[in-house]
Design a protein around this ligand. Structure first.
Ligand code: FES
Ligand SMILES: [Fe+2]
Length: 371
């Protein structure tokens, strides 16, 4: 990406990336004899949990006549459609029974599948792998395995705590993601006496480097203008605190803070639900304040405040975006957003040509901005 004096005019497209794992639902919402509805990339899903506790995800439309399977009944192993009682294996989606067939009718029911998707549960969330949509009218066959495992929150000790927060955002996944990586909104959106004031705005310089499918804000000592970091330094009695922030396609933001033996990490995702609606899920793990009774509540409070400020901002922004205004991205503050679009384009190009994916960062880059 070249430096230019004039701001570039750039409008996010709303393209959703297939062929990745996405967070569908908190695991606590799934279980029992009903299937839970979820939507990922405009794909309706019915999610359940078998008797052994293993989750599964089916296309939420019966392959017979389209009745949502989430209206059906689940006995711990098979899902029964509420319309004509066809039964499907929860995990494979393979048809097990068609009650209307007579003994002499030889329909090969084992060739019929309700669409099913690879499904994993990590860090209190159910993840579903959404492959490229099949050609229309092709029907469902046995689901392919996911080519790689679902992402997880990084952890650095045996014992730790875990908490999550989730919020719906009324915008495209692209606006959700670039809002997440945007360093310049902090002093305006995230003001709080215990975090920072608008007056504390100052020049910052951060180093970035390419990583597979993304980029990393290299390990650095976090900004000194926030009280929680000052506290952490005191508490951990650590020489230094280092923070690393990674962005990885399609929608992953990983932040790791380490101070001596203490650590805090989070995996934030912005998940496309439909073309113009997404959801942010923050899952955090830490071993700091393990012994402090109000530790998790405090952290949750801080995060909830941040997420709510972002959500409200995006809700207000969506009013402005309704009428397709021209937008621009400027250097250096919006450079991560440009890289995001560059990564997306590079991925699609490599999928098209079968060639290697070219990271928009050729090597380490230093960005400067005021925040
Ligand atoms: S629509 Fe499901 S069994 Fe007929
Ligand atoms: Fe924010």
């Amino acid at each position: 990406m070249t430096d230019i004096a004039l701001p570039q005019r750039e409008a996010p497209d709303s393209l959703m990336l297939y062929g990745f794992w996405y967070r569908a639902l908190p695991g606590s919402q799934v279980g029992g004899d009903r299937l839970q509805k979820a939507m990922l990339l405009e794909t309706p899903l019915a999610i359940g949990r078998d008797k052994q506790g293993r989750p599964f995800a089916l296309h939420d439309a019966c392959p017979h006549r389209g009745m949502p399977l989430s209206h059906g009944h689940f006995d711990g192993q098979q899902v029964e459609c509420s319309y004509h009682g066809w039964r499907f294996d929860g995990h494979s989606g393979q048809c097990q029974l068609i009650p209307s067939l007579t003994a002499d009718q030889k329909l090969k029911i084992d060739r019929i599948y309700a669409g099913s998707y690879p499904c994993e549960e990590h860090d209190d969330f159910i993840w579903v792998f959404i492959p490229e949509p099949p050609p229309p009218g092709a029907g469902f066959t046995k689901a392919a395995e996911a080519p790689f495992p679902a992402p997880r929150v990084p952890t650095f000790s045996e014992k730790y705590k875990l908490a999550y927060l989730t919020a719906d955002l009324p915008c495209t996944v692209d606006h959700g993601i670039i809002g997440l990586m945007d360093p310049a909104h902090g002093p305006f959106v995230h003001q709080a006496w215990w975090w920072r004031r608008r007056g504390s705005i100052h020049e910052k310089q951060k180093n970035f480097e390419p990583i597979p499918n993304g980029f990393r804000m290299s390990a650095h000592t976090p900004s000194s203008n926030s009280a929680p970091y000052k506290l952490l330094r005191l508490y951990a009695d650590a020489e230094s605190i280092t923070t690393t922030i990674d962005f990885v396609l399609p929608n992953l933001r990983l932040e790791t803070i380490r101070a001596g033996e203490y650590w805090f990490s989070s995996l934030t995702t912005v998940t496309p639900i439909t073309r113009d609606q997404c959801r942010i899920d923050v899952v955090a793990a830490w071993n700091i304040f393990l012994w402090v009774p109000f530790g998790p509540e405090l952290l949750k409070f801080v995060f909830a405040k941040f997420v709510e400020q972002d959500r409200l901002t995006m809700e207000q922004q969506s009013e402005g975006l309704k009428h397709n205004p021209h937008l621009m991205l400027i250097d250096d503050a919006d450079r991560p957003a440009k890289w995001y679009f560059g990564l997306k384009a590079a991925l699609l190009e490599s999928r098209k040509t079968g060639g290697e994916m070219k990271n928009p960062l050729a090597g380490p880059v230093t960005l400067k901005w005021r925040s």
